[in-house]
Design a protein around this ligand. Structure first.
Ligand SMILES: [Zn+2]
Ligand SMILES: [Zn+2]
Length: 154
């Protein structure tokens, strides 16, 4: 299989229709294998990043990455999506307590900022959004607009 791919490269014949017409089934199996390997590797990276954003329990992180690596993304990704922790860690920050202290939590990095700040002092992310109902600005991390009570659905 690999020799055939080598021959194609030597001839430097990269016309797609030429390849379609002249290549045997083993060439296309090689291409398919490459796509599957790429999908597999990207899935492992995605699971690793996703679980680290959702949990800081090392056992859960190692188990998730181990299972996607050895049981294939096709089998594991649907199971993973069911059993992973629902929220991201940054969303479980104590924004209610912060609001009482006149602080707001940056939605992007989790840093506590004074309520009057427009942008995060640590990452520069905008801290306020415009209410769709009353048009006033309120902190992004609030569940509801504190002027009119409209839910923060963005
Ligand atoms: Zn920030
Ligand atoms: Zn409002």
């Amino acid at each position: 299989m690999l020799e055939e791919v080598g021959v194609v490269m030597d001839k430097s014949t990269w016309s797609f229709s030429w390849m379609l017409a002249t290549q045997g089934i083993s060439f296309w199996i090689n291409i398919l294998m490459l796509i599957i390997i790429l999908f597999w590797v990207l899935s492992i990276i995605w699971v690793a990043k996703d679980i680290m954003a959702r949990s800081n329990r090392l056992s859960l992180q190692v188990l998730s990455v181990f299972l996607v690596t050895f049981f294939s993304p096709i089998v594991w990704l649907p199971i993973y999506r069911v059993i992973r922790p629902i929220g991201f860690m940054r969303d479980r920050l104590p924004w209610r307590e912060a609001a009482v202290m006149n602080l707001v939590v940056c939605y992007n990095c989790g840093t506590l900022n004074p309520k009057e700040h427009e942008c995060c002092l640590a990452c520069g992310e905008a801290l306020k959004i415009k209410c769709k109902q009353c048009g006033k600005d309120y902190p992004h991390s609030y569940g509801y607009c504190h002027f009119c009570g409209a839910p923060n659905i963005d």
